[in-house]
Design a protein around this ligand. Structure first.
Ligand SMILES: NC(=O)c1ccc[n+]([C@@H]2O[C@H](COP(=O)([O-])OP(=O)(O)OC[C@H]3O[C@@H](n4cnc5c(N)ncnc54)[C@H](O)[C@@H]3O)[C@@H](O)[C@H]2O)c1
Length: 389
């Protein structure tokens, strides 16, 4: 039988736009997708960079008018890869025009926007997904399987950190990631949301948070080409103009989760020496797991074995066997995969759900629940209080 075709519009063509475009090409060529996909329209604001991205990544058309694009009858699905301040407007318009929507994380910059998006998605009957891609690292899915099988027993503690160091230099310019009006928050929304989502996926819901945030560098040089959104981490600093940072450089959290689990979490752009270290550890009475994104093909697993106490220790599982999650699509065992496949797995599952008219997780409701934790953390850090969810 002829496979159906899903016609995609992608909004945003820089860091995430490039990764999502690459992922569409990978799923099409390598992952035995239940549909064909048409890379129909790539949207952005800079016509020259947009044209070059369109040609390089195989998009049929380019447009600087996302509003017109999401209204078109020849588009089935809209993929949002722009900063958080534009997520709600684009997603609501796309859902109103009957499109399936994949939206990058965090779902929105405010709880109100996240609620409106989750409500609209629920009412639409379309397939909505939020881009917490690290859930789909094979080793993370394996961790979930071990926990679901009861191999960790009763869970006690979870410890999650997301450590980067690209902001340590005070000369790093004031790009949109330092601007609350565009990004919503700093390390909290940018980094900690991945840890919060992974914790919800592996352990359960948050019940209470107590947080501390801090901004180490409060003034940064404006980029030479400063124009607000659309600038990544990089960019050249202008000679003498400075602007204020109004987001958190670091956020640390103590939490209680359902089932009496205690959590400790930290996200920072100032962890000198760390580039992209998302680490999660979960401890139970029968065992423990440990994951580090910088070693993303591996899962450390500890099993409590009363018979041989002198030989106990964490064992390293290389999650590349064809029976490991998603690995049937990739290379022979031990031929490791990288960051980009997490996006391919996400897009594969979103498109498969569209074809089968099924739900997929994490959906906008998951994005909303994560945003509620973000909101509680921000309130706790601002007011110096413990917040219950
Ligand atoms: N899943 C992940 O691991 C991950 C990693 C990085 C970023 N992100 C998320 O992806 C999103 C985009 O981040 P990025 O790193 O690609 O940013 P970026 O600065 O590299 O690219 C932003 C893109 O959005 C476009 N844009 C900005 N504002 C717009 C608007 N109002 N209307 C239309 N287009 C607009 C810009 O022209 C540019 O193409 C953010 O929500 C971010 O949190 C997710």
């Amino acid at each position: 039988m002829e496979k159906p075709t899903v016609r995609i519009a992608l909004i945003g063509h820089r860091f995430m736009g490039k990764l999502h475009s690459h992922a569409y090409n990978m799923v099409q060529q390598l992952m035995d997708l239940p549909c064909r996909i048409e890379l129909a329209v790539l949207c952005g604001r800079d016509p020259v960079a947009l044209k070059s991205a369109q040609n390089a990544w195989g998009w049929r058309e380019a447009s600087t008018d996302w509003r017109a694009v999401v209204a078109r009858n020849d588009i089935d699905a809209v993929d949002i890869a722009v900063p958080g301040n534009a997520h709600a407007e684009i997603a609501l318009a796309a859902l109103a025009h009957g499109k399936h929507v994949l939206c990058e994380k965090p779902l929105a910059n405010t709880l109100g926007d996240a609620q409106a998006m989750a409500d609209a998605a629920e009412a639409s009957g379309k397939v909505d997904m939020v881009g917490f891609n690290y859930r789909r690292a094979p080793a993370v899915v394996l961790a979930r399987h071990l926990i679901e099988e009861g191999l960790l027993g009763k869970l006690f503690q979870v410890r999650g950190t997301y450590l980067q160091d690209w902001a340590v230099d005070p000369q790093v310019p004031l790009t949109w990631r330092f601007d609350r009006a565009i990004a919503g928050s700093g390390s909290l929304g940018d980094l900690l949301t991945h840890v919060l989502d992974m914790t919800r996926y592996l352990v359960g819901e948050f019940e209470q948070v107590t947080a501390v945030s801090h901004t180490f560098v409060s003034q940064r040089p404006l980029p030479a080409n400063f124009s607000g959104a659309g600038l990544g981490h990089a960019g050249q600093a202008a000679a003498d103009a400075f602007g204020s940072v109004d987001v958190d450089d670091v956020t640390a959290v103590l939490a209680k989760l359902q089932g009496g689990v205690v959590g400790v979490f930290e996200a920072t752009r100032f962890a000198t020496g760390f580039k992209n270290a998302l680490c999660l550890e979960v401890h139970g009475d029968r065992g423990a797991i440990r994951f580090d994104l910088e070693r993303m093909n591996e899962l450390d697993y500890y099993a409590v074995e009363t018979a041989t106490p002198t030989r106990q220790g964490f064992r390293r599982i290389l999650a590349t066997h064809p029976d490991h999650p998603y690995m049937q699509y990739w290379w022979p065992e031990g031929h490791i995969v990288g960051y980009d496949v997490t996006f391919a797995h996400e897009i594969y599952d979103w498109l498969s759900a569209i074809v089968r008219s099924e739900r997929v997780a994490p959906d906008f409701m998951d994005g909303l629940r994560c945003q509620a934790v973000v909101d509680a953390i921000a309130t706790s850090a601002r007011d110096g209080v413990t917040v219950r969810l």
